[in-house]
Design a protein around this ligand. Structure first.
Ligand code: LHQ
Length: 267
């Protein structure tokens, strides 16, 4: 088994996080959860990190919960899976959603169970053509978790959400893209180049306004149009005070590329 369950590369302007239990298709155990949480906390608090890329080592992205961690046949009492969600998966999903900078997921291979839904929690999902998304839960008598019942009906509608949840059939990266579940499917040998190019681009972007846009788009799921317009007014007010707004307009007028700092506001 790999020694470090999560690899953390700090690049200029962005960080790459790699789930690193390839022998188990990067299925989550407690150590991997704890390591991922710590790394994401650093990404959140470090202003030099302006974008995050999450991917997996080996041939899989993540096969969800490590099922060898707990053998129900050996247990005298039924386990409290709700406690596992509350302790590990739900905080992870909340952490990704609350991170006020773009989180790219480079799905390098199969994403199953909670692994699929953690990928979908990210802001921009790129998947290798050979990757697939499996709502594997029904195969073991469980319910989609880690936000799956939230993203699926919103992104692809109830009919497809129920089809994926009940059949647990793999959805190809191309179908995931054409259904609107993910941003893009790319050739396997181009995945890391494309994900890296995107991370580099975001790392030079208006980080603060990305964070505000993320907040607004996520809030839309539970707002009505009036609440959403009010929110946009407040967030645009904030964005309009940023150095990046000033720089963006100045650069446009001077017909040059902007140099964004990503900061909320200087001074
Ligand atoms: C695994 C796993 C795995 C351990 C592959 N665990 N070893 C939340 C709260 C609390 C509890 C329960 O769960 C949850 C959320 C969930 O995520 S539930 C859903 C859990 N995940 C699954 O049910 C998926 C299980 N895996 C699979 O169905 C297949 O492995 C897939 C379809 C992902 C990939 O199939 P293959 O490409 O054929 O690979 P494989 O099955 O041969 O797996 C490779 C190795 O990885 C193998 O080990 P081995 O020693 O035989 O080489 C698997 O046992 C191991 N592995 N997933 N989740």
């Amino acid at each position: 088994m790999a020694e470090t369950p999560v690899l953390h590369q700090r690049r200029e302007g962005y960080h790459i996080i790699t789930l690193n239990r390839p022998e188990r298709l990067n299925a989550f155990n407690v150590e991997q959860h704890k390591a991922l949480r710590t790394v994401l906390e650093e990404c959140a608090s470090n202003d030099d990190c302006r974008a995050v890329m999450l991917t997996g080592a080996g041939r899989g992205f993540c096969a969800g919960q490590d099922l060898s961690d707990r053998d129900p046949a050996m247990m005298t009492e039924a386990p409290d899976l709700g406690l596992t969600l509350e302790t590990y998966y739900n905080p992870l999903v909340r952490q990704i959603r609350a991170l006020d900078k773009p989180v790219i997921c480079a799905v390098n291979g199969v994403a199953a169970g909670a692994g699929a839904n953690i990928a979908l929690a990210c802001d921009i999902v790129l998947a290798a053509r050979s990757a697939s998304f499996i709502q594997a839960f029904s195969k073991i008598g469980l319910v989609p978790d880690s936000g799956g019942t939230y993203w699926l009906p919103r992104l692809i509608g109830e009919a497809r959400a129920k089809g994926l949840a009940f059949t647990a059939e793999p959805l190809s990266a191309d179908d995931a893209a054409s259904w609107g579940l993910i941003w893009r499917a790319v050739d396997d040998d181009k995945l890391m180049d494309e994900a890296t190019a995107l991370a580099e681009r975001f790392a030079r972007g208006p980080t603060h306004s990305y964070g505000l846009a993320k907040r607004a788009i996520q809030a839309a799921a539970s707002n009505d149009i009036d609440q959403q317009l009010d929110l946009e007014r407040e967030l645009q007010r904030e964005a309009g005070q940023s150095d990046d707004y000033k720089e963006g307009v100045t650069a446009f007028l001077e017909k040059r590329a902007p140099k964004f700092t990503g900061k909320r506001r200087s001074g």
